[in-house]
Design a protein around this ligand. Structure first.
Ligand code: GLU
Length: 547
């Protein structure tokens, strides 16, 4: 019996050859420096913000070299796969401006000539290559049960040996072809393992585009390439897919860096040209309890989930700017020098990307968000808030969109100025900032009921002039009637006056908005208009009388 017999017995339904696939997926006809890369998520319903960073950077590299950026769905771990996982990924990323040239476009359809782009639909391809390796004697079936593997591990731990299925520990490596065939015929379902040709005592130097040279021991583990359900492991699928889809660069999270020796070995044993690798360092934060830096964790940090930004209405434009800031040491300076350019015009360079954990700081992001929102026109902000509210706050949506012009004028308060307001960092902040401008939402619970409402009614009826540019002079002038004077005068002689002009304004602000701090009082009064302001003053008067 030969390895070919064993291969046929293991994969009776595989009729294509590896040459067939080389023909079906020819080399891409692109410029020599064009980067072909991919985003390869598992459709689990969860997207880590670090994965968004990898996708964003991958898209940028392929765009700036006229390459190809494609989406590949890695769903071989069937337990973690959810139903509409693919469209969640596509729509989620699109919101952050990340789109693909090839790959699935929804849960059922794909575009591009290098598909299927969903791993569970590529079973035959993986098996063809696995069959080929078995034929060459470079892979073999392993019949060890989970208990047996566990047992080997325990003995290794006990003897302080390196853990894993390798060398003399790799029991099934030495099964004869006859023994293996016998077991298969009896119905045993093996996994397929690589017959590693590596020596752990040999050091190899791997090149990473971001980190430079990294030294590793050669891989001597007989890793599983095909699981007992017939689907490939990550390692094997990575080699086959990135070869056949003709990726030039593998840009991925650095949790895969330590697997690089396995991957290079796989490419070599399969006779594939090695791609280039760029491992992106993890986003980190300072742990509140320990004060130490640690990876942003899916379990502990809500901000690790991409959905967090969507749910809070954190502008994706600002998130992307922040991610670029973290990812590339020269981005911030570039942005300062090119304030009118889009983040998509920035040219990434692997050599300027962070080699170690980059600090992900929500306060810094919040500042970028506030800056970003301050640059929007009222109408632009209105449209974004409207989209956000439609999904997350139906009640406020109705009120906010009832009169677009009015809402825009509210959002325009202190916007069209040299120093625009920067108090809104996310769309979910808008309600808190503007609700008092809507009568149906204005239900003040006044704590201070000792203000002189009549004085303010007098001001609105007789002193308030919407048109004037000298609003502050006018109100200061009027306030004198009630013995409120300028700050300076008041400070010099506090006992002689009722108060100073800012106290006069604060009182009016408090009655009209129910708040002690708001943007421009003049703009608020103007937008509300005399009638509504008087109504609020009279209402305050009634409440204070009753108390
Ligand atoms: N499916 C892998 C993951 O989600 C992809 C890693 C890669 O980009 O190769 O981590």
């Amino acid at each position: 019996m030969t390895n070919k017999d064993l291969a046929d017995l293991l994969f009776p339904n595989i009729n294509k050859t590896i040459e067939d696939y080389e023909t079906i997926y020819p080399k891409r006809n692109l410029d020599t420096d064009a980067i072909v890369t991919r985003y390869a998520p598992s459709p689990t319903g969860f997207i880590h913000i670090g994965a968004l960073l990898a996708a964003f950077v991958g898209g940028a590299f392929s765009r700036q070299t006229n390459g190809v950026f494609y989406l590949r769905i890695e769903d071989t771990d069937t337990k973690r796969t959810i139903d509409n996982g693919i469209s969640l990924i596509i729509n989620g990323l699109k919101e952050f401006g990340v789109t693909f040239d090839e790959g699935p476009i929804d849960d059922n359809n794909s575009v591009g000539n290098y598909g299927p782009y969903i791993q569970s639909e590529r079973k035959e391809i993986y098996q063809t290559y696995a069959k080929h390796l078995v034929e060459l004697g470079l892979a073999y079936p392993c019949f060890c049960s989970e208990e047996e593997i566990e047992n080997i591990r325990n003995i290794q731990a006990h003897r302080k040996a390196r853990i894993g299925y390798y060398g003399e520990w790799a029991k099934c490596r030495s099964l004869s072809i006859e023994e293996a065939c016998e077991k298969i015929k009896k119905g045993e379902k093996p996994v397929i393992r690589l017959r590693s040709n590596g020596d752990y005592d040999n050091k190899i130097i791997c090149h990473d585009e971001i980190r430079g040279e990294v030294a590793f021991p050669e891989n001597d583990l007989d890793i599983v390439i095909i699981k007992s359900d017939g689907l490939p492991t990550y390692h094997f699928a990575h080699a086959i897919d990135d070869h056949l889809m003709r990726s030039t660069h593998i840009i991925r999270g650095d949790e895969w860096l330590s697997s690089l020796p396995i991957h290079l070995q796989l490419f070599d044993m399969l006779g594939f040209e090695r791609p280039k690798y760029a491992h992106i360092s993890p986003l980190s934060k300072i742990d509140e309890e320990t004060g130490n830096m640690r990876k942003l964790s899916k379990r502990k940090d809500p901000e690790a989930a991409m959905s967090y930004y969507h749910e809070l209405g954190i502008p994706y434009e600002a998130v992307v700017i922040y991610l670029a800031t973290i990812a590339s040491s020269d981005f911030e300076e570039w942005m300062m020098q090119n304030p009118d350019k889009s983040v998509n015009d920035f040219k990434f360079d692997f050599s300027r990307m962070s080699k170690s954990g980059a600090l992900f700081d929500l306060d810094k992001l919040n500042n970028i968000c506030k800056n970003y929102i301050s640059t929007l026109t009222a109408k632009e902000l209105y449209d974004k808030v409207k989209t956000y509210l439609l999904e997350y706050d139906e009640d406020f949506y109705k009120i906010f969109t009832e009169d677009e012009e009015y809402s825009c004028s509210v959002l325009n308060i202190e916007r069209n100025s040299k120093k625009p307001r920067k108090d809104i960092g996310k769309y979910s902040d808008v309600y808190e900032n503007v609700y008092y401008m809507y009568d149906s939402l204005f239900e003040p619970k006044y704590e201070n009921l000792s203000l002189n409402a009549d004085m303010y009614i007098d001001y609105i009826e007789n002193g308030f002039n919407v048109e004037t540019e000298n609003w502050f002079n006018d109100i200061s002038e009027f306030a004198r009637k009630y013995n409120y004077v300028s700050m300076k005068e008041y400070k010099n002689n506090p006992l002689e006056y009722t108060g100073n002009i800012s106290e006069f304004c604060e009182g009016l602000r408090y009655i009209v908005t129910g708040k002690t701090q708001t943007p421009s009082l003049q703009e608020i009064l103007t937008i509300l208009g005399k009638e509504r302001v008087l109504k609020r003053l009279n209402n305050y008067k009634d409440i204070s009388k009753r108390s």
